[in-house]
Ligand binder design. Structure first.
Ligand code: AMP
Ligand code: MN
Ligand code: MN
Length: 325
């Protein structure tokens, strides 16, 4: 059973020391949600920390006041409330989890289907296209402040998790919220330019390296790309440069499932999966490999070398396509 917004707001209002967390390798939904909520609670006079294992990626520094989001401290700290946003499992909190010695209450606000509902007050809305949308509804329903910087952050969160309002998770309410944010002063064009037209040159150079080696299998229904540690090192690739590259094969007309395999330094492979058909649930497949996500966008981290993992995961996807379509 979901905790109501009112229960969550009540718990927060009684607290002073609050920490807000989001998932490792954060995307804009994670960071934007975190920033908007942190600024709102700061505005109420609370002592707010906002931590992410990876700190703040360069690509999101354009969000005003985003430097509030930092790596967790080495010395663990105590809080009255810890809030996890957009984070499908406790494990995905990474090193932020260990930086909290004690929290009297854990709040979990998310939209991932695979979220098991960890924490004391849990609000999971799998119908929401972005955690940013849930945060907007929460702040509005509970009459909590939404600062100008927070409004920008929520617009960016919602825009990115809906693929610029294109994915099927986009609802009429999503457009209403975008409209309200823009009416309130958000500059949609300026934010979109920062999000989608301000990549570092090395991202396009990376694409030039990996796209020629993309493979199309199962009658071109399955497309996959891979990125090695060697290429990352050679082109000085940052984690956030890789976000969204999967879309270059996902967008091919025949493709139903797109995959991206990224070698990680510690002997694991980070797999991203996208589905373009409701009959193929990539969350289900990623859960089998210890990951999770949404039916149409999911991921996992799998131990093994690139070729082993790629062939094992592709085999599972081919099987799913043969069974489901
Ligand atoms: P990505 O492919 O990294 O963009 O992730 C796609 C979606 O799946 C996002 O909503 C992620 O939060 C989620 N996700 C990615 N990896 C995992 C994982 N290991 N466990 C649970 N959810 C994940
Ligand atoms: Mn996310
Ligand atoms: Mn999200």
């Amino acid at each position: 059973m979901n905790a109501s917004f009112h229960e969550i707001a009540g718990a927060i209002s009684r607290a002073n020391r609050v920490v807000i967390l989001s998932h490792v390798r954060p995307d804009c939904d994670a960071l934007g949600s975190q920033l908007a909520l942190a600024l709102s609670l700061q505005h109420l006079g609370k002592e707010v920390s906002a931590w992410n294992e990876d700190g703040l990626p360069d690509s999101y520094r354009f969000l005003r006041k985003s430097d509030l989001i930092v790596r967790p401290p080495v010395e663990p700290q105590d809080f009255e409330i810890a809030i996890a946003l957009d984070t499908a499992s406790q494990q995905r909190l990474g090193s932020t989890r260990g930086a909290i010695r004690r929290a009297e209450k854990w709040i979990n606000i998310d939209h991932h289907a695979s979220n098991p509902g960890y924490g004391d007050l849990v609000h999971i809305d799998t119908g929401a296209p972005a955690t940013g949308q849930i945060i907007y509804e929460f702040l509005r329903a509970e009459n909590l402040p939404l600062t100008d910087e927070g409004a920008d952050a929520l617009y960016a969160a919602i825009s990115t998790d809906t693929g610029s309002f294109r994915y099927p998770n986009t609802t009429a309410r999503t457009f209403e919220i975008a409209s309200e944010l823009i009416a309130g002063g958000v500059n949609a064009g300026a934010i979109s330019k920062k999000l989608y037209e301000s990549y570092p040159k090395r991202r396009v150079q990376l694409l030039g390296q990996i796209l020629p080696q993309a493979s199309f299998d199962a009658g071109d229904k399955v497309a996959s790309m891979a990125l090695t540690n060697e290429t990352k090192k050679r082109l000085s690739i940052h984690a956030d440069d890789i976000d969204g590259l999967i879309d270059y094969v996902r967008c091919v007309d025949t493709v139903i499932v797109a995959l991206f395999f990224e070698e990680l330094p510690e002997g694991r492979i980070r797999v991203s999966m996208r589905s373009k058909d409701d009959r193929v649930d990539v969350n289900k497949i990623c859960c089998e490999f210890g990951g999770g996500g949404h039916p149409r966008a999911a991921g996992a981290r799998i131990r093994g070398n690139l070729e082993e993992v790629r062939s094992k995961v592709l085999k599972r996807v081919f099987h799913e396509i043969a069974e489901s379509l």
